[in-house]
Design a protein around this ligand. Sequence first.
Ligand code: F0G
Length: 394
Amino acid sequence: MIQRCFGCDARFPLDRIIYTCDRCGAVLEIALEATDFDHPKFAGRGVWRYAPLLPGDAANAVTMAEGATGLHRCDRIGPELGISELYLKNEGENPTGSFKDRGMTVGLTRAVELGATAVACASTGNTSASMAAYAARRGIRAIVLIPGGQVATGKLAQAIVHGAEIVQIDGNFDDAMRLVHELSVEDGDIYLLNSINPFRLEGQKTLAFEVCETLGRCPDVVVLPMGNAGNISAIWKGFKEFRRAGLIDRLPRMIGVQAEGAAPIVETLRSRSETCRVERPETIATAIRIGAPVNWRKAVAAIQESGGDCGTVTDDEIVAAQRDLARREGRFVEPASAAPIAFLRKHGVVEASTVVCVATGHGLKDPDMVLKTSPTLIRAEPTLSSLREALGQA
Ligand code: F0G
């Protein structure tokens, strides 16, 4: 395996710490060798089941049994949307409650192999929660930069309890991302674990492998929220690699969803622009409140190569989809993770009978969002008559 520039194809050895190309400044990816695809043997469960297609030594892995999440059929919402098989890939079932754990096990394992003394990230919450937990497991220093006042309570509590050094930046995620990148480039001992890190994305590609193995085939369409756009890039890479290994015979269409107030990639694709930025991103789905996604070129490629699509949903549509999933399918996901269902309800999908929505994070990450919009709770005296009255059965 080798590190390859996504822009100009320049190659860098696997053991060099580098986040963007020396020559053209683009992001990097891990390129596998042709022989890696020759009958890879998978064993066990979760991310490291796919060790033959991953960088790093499974024997040294810093792991917490991540991956192997459920692929749940949405029997009530699916038919209503005209989709005969609608599935939720529930990443909230990961150890820290989001898909980040898939990437973090590979990223942290890499950090240890490189001898890094500290790991760092900028985060809208989930990356920091995951990195803090994996760093704690290994006993390595964790530095987290968060946009002040913009991280959901559950995620912040996770970073705190796992003992990360947390710095609130007076700015948004994009400011924090720029700063932590500069810090880790200047200080070689601090290893950057945002999705600009191609090793982390290798872990995240295993979601595609699991979906294919669970279904026994490739789905028609995969829908997921986009923030920094690492996940859509990673999952698309995963599908392509599974096909290259001869394990599926076609590829899905990738659909990326953004919130209306934070939709730089959707705007770039619509305007065919060569830049990707919105200045003041805004959405209640704080996980994807990002204006300058580092992986935008990879995301654009994933959507275009796959013949997929992208689109926006409003905050109200996100909240409605979150309730819908919770009340009709029994699945509580965080606001960003409800965006795919909101997209399907709003825009529909053509010629697809098997659709997989990626529910990226657990609903308990962000309880305030639910409580803010809830009706006042009913009260009762501790007597049966008062209870009956409260229930309207007096
Ligand atoms: N859904 C959730 C729940 C997320 O936490 C994120 C990203 C995304 C979707 C978007 O994924 O960035 O790969 O396109 N959260 C990052 C963080 C930015 O810091 O936790 P992406």
